[in-house]
Design a binder for this molecule. Sequence first.
Ligand code: COA
Length: 164
Amino acid sequence: MQLTEETPADWWEVEALYDLCFAPGREALSSYRLRDDVPPVAPLCLLLRSEDGIAAAIRFWPVRVGGAEVLLLGPIAVHPTHQGEGLGGWLMRESLARAGALGWTRVLLVGDAPYYSRFGFGLLENVRMPPPTNPARVLGLALVPGAWDGISGDVTKFTEISEK
Ligand SMILES: CC(C)(COP(=O)(O)OP(=O)(O)OC[C@H]1O[C@@H](n2cnc3c(N)ncnc32)[C@H](O)[C@@H]1OP(=O)(O)O)[C@@H](O)C(=O)NCCC(=O)NCCS
């Protein structure tokens, strides 16, 4: 397996992996509206590639919560032939370590708490994704202790240029 940052040439192969791994219509999810016309955080969009193609991929976007800058994790997917081998966990830990090194302090995702709690994610009770997101799937991680303290409100699109 080779770890690389995603390049523009990888875009459609990653999209094909996500299409394979997620239910049809994934782009209708409200989280995608936060990504429309906003560039991803390129140094955190990582791939694991085997000789057969992309085995796993993760992307991140910047968003805002009550005005604060937040990192939106996802989508993450592992090819069905490689699921359960630890690649997802490895990509999660590697990308989160890189996010911290780049100065990001708080991360948000929409996903299954039983899976993401192992990386330290917990329920964000006072953070609202655009409807119709299930509030029980809105999870956060502080990369710096207390980074989520006092941060609440609607998750909104990041419209200004990020300094990171
Ligand atoms: C979810 C996903 C990224 C995990 O990657 P992975 O490489 O298969 O996971 P790992 O090998 O690192 O970890 C496997 C463990 O995660 C658990 N797990 C995987 N998906 C889970 C889920 N949705 N809820 C709870 N546990 C889950 C497995 O049961 C296994 O548990 P164990 O360690 O106790 O045996 C991958 O299975 C995938 O792409 N799934 C389809 C797309 C998807 O659902 N993406 C996440 C969107 S929220």
